[in-house]
Design a protein around this ligand. Structure first.
Ligand code: HSE
Length: 437
């Protein structure tokens, strides 16, 4: 039996995918039953890193998704359009779809999975989150017997690379970003990575699987790393922390009497992480995801979150999963496999950030007057914010620098205290406010 694949895109991930499919030896024997039938590209003249017959290449991507010979469409062109429309058209024409497109899935999963379920086809997304690290299949299958109460991930390699270099070199964000761009580790327009948007797409997808409901991307709190300074990394280091961009999905039991539903949070923000935490030593471009579930406990997965080979590994494993099902069902699955299809349809309600209970780190620049630390402490106390430590370490441009770490506090209370403190004559600036795990 031969299963025919139409590949949309022959960039980094597309070429990596073709490379595996064209060289099946010493891999799973099922790969020998998969044929790249057509490949959609923007230009036919470009030099290619993989050798494919010219007859396979076409610039007519719409013709691939409607081609009656093709069983599986693999979308690796990225971006929102025409990727979304091509995926929907492929589904409408009865094709199974494999995509690496986290941006499309995080925004349009409702219409895509509704259409796929109605058409009886699979949409597989392993490559959309954390590249070569298997996270989607473990959540859908091996871990799905657990109640997952927390997913914490370092899911963006660019920001992890920048923060790691800032930590090692004592350098500021702008200098490391510029160097990372020159070296090709960061995009010319770095916004999707450094502003946390890429990580927000990924944690929205993971949260949806972990909580068994749809997540509206607009409900995901997202804060990037532009505000993290060399000074904060140095203070964090002295206090026993590293700073990482963490993507978190958290499920907690109802807090107030009368609440029946679990409390859900999904958020991305730089976080002070104790140096002893399992994610603290995940450095450079590496990604890692820590799952906590009942009864399994902690499970951590680590690896490369981007790049041709790792992402293609995830893409091809999805193709292979579909082929395995088509093969056992004679090519015409009567019902979607319940562990591979995406069947939930309700939307999760997420808790607003002001209700988050967490520790905070804040750095203040104050005029060197008597009683400043006392007034800080009193103001925090008035807002029910209990302090774990207050350190005055030095002077910066004639201003005293004071670093505060709180105990667990309600975010809304902490923000109210900060608003009040900004009005104090002695407080010149509050350059940094970061959450602490
Ligand atoms: N730009 C992403 C990263 C990889 O830096 O991890 C693709 O999601």
């Amino acid at each position: 039996m031969v299963f025919k694949v139409g590949l949309l895109g022959l960039g980094t991930v597309g070429a990596g995918t073709a490379e595996i499919l064209l060289n099946p030896a010493l891999r799973h024997p099922l790969l020998q039953e998969i044929e790249i039938c057509r490949v959609g590209v923007r230009s036919l003249d470009k030099p290619r890193p993989v050798t494919l017959p010219n007859s396979v290449l076409t610039t007519d991507l719409a013709a691939i998704v409607t081609d009656p010979d093709i069983d599986i469409v693999v979308e690796v062109i990225g971006g929102l359009e025409p990727a979304r429309s091509l995926i929907l058209s492929a589904i409408a024409h009865g094709k199974h779809v494999v995509t690496a497109n986290k941006a499309v899935i995080a925004r349009y999963s409702d219409e895509i999975f509704d259409a796929a379920n109605a058409a009886g086809v699979y949409v597989m997304i392993e490559a959309a989150v954390a590249g070569g690290i298997p996270v989607i299949q473990p959540l859908k299958q091996s871990l799905s017997v657990n109640r997952i109460h927390r997913v914490i991930g370092i899911v963006n390699g660019t920001t992890n690379y920048i923060l790691t270099r800032m930590q090692r070199e004592g350098a500021d964000f702008d200098a490391v970003l510029a160097d990372a761009q020159q070296l090709g580790y960061a995009e010319a327009d770095p916004s999707a990575d450094v502003d946390g948007l890429d990580a927000a797409d990924k944690i929205a997808i993971l949260a949806s699987l972990a909580f068994g409901g749809r997540i509206k991307l607009d409900d995901v709190y997202c804060e990037g790393i532009r505000g993290v300074s060399a000074a904060d990394i140095a203070y964090a280091d002295r206090l026993g922390f590293v700073i990482k961009l963490l993507a978190t999905a958290l499920r907690e039991p109802p807090t107030a009497a009368g609440d029946s539903a679990d409390q859900l949070q999904v958020r991305v923000h730089p976080t002070l992480l104790p140096k002893t935490h399992p994610l603290a030593s995940v450095n450079d471009v590496y990604n890692a995801i820590l799952f906590e579930g009942d009864p399994v406990g902690q499970v951590m997965l680590f690896g490369r979150g981007a790049g041709a080979g790792p992402t293609a590994s995830a893409v091809v494993s999805d193709i292979q999963n579909i082929v395995a099902i088509l093969k056992t069902c004679g090519g015409n699955p009567p019902n979607l496999h319940p562990l591979l299809a995406c069947i939930h349809t309700h939307y999760c309600t997420l808790r607003p950030m002001e209700e988050l209970v967490t520790r905070f780190y804040a750095r203040f620049l104050t005029h060197d007057m008597s009683g400043v630390i006392g007034r800080l402490g009193t103001c925090f106390g008035n807002h029910d914010v209990s302090l774990e430590s207050v350190v005055q370490t030095g002077y910066k441009d004639d201003l005293a620098e004071i670093v505060v770490v709180t105990h667990d506090v309600r975010e809304g209370n902490f923000r109210q205290a900060l608003d009040e403190l900004r009005g104090f004559e002695a407080i010149a600036a509050i350059p940094s406010v970061l959450r602490v795990l």
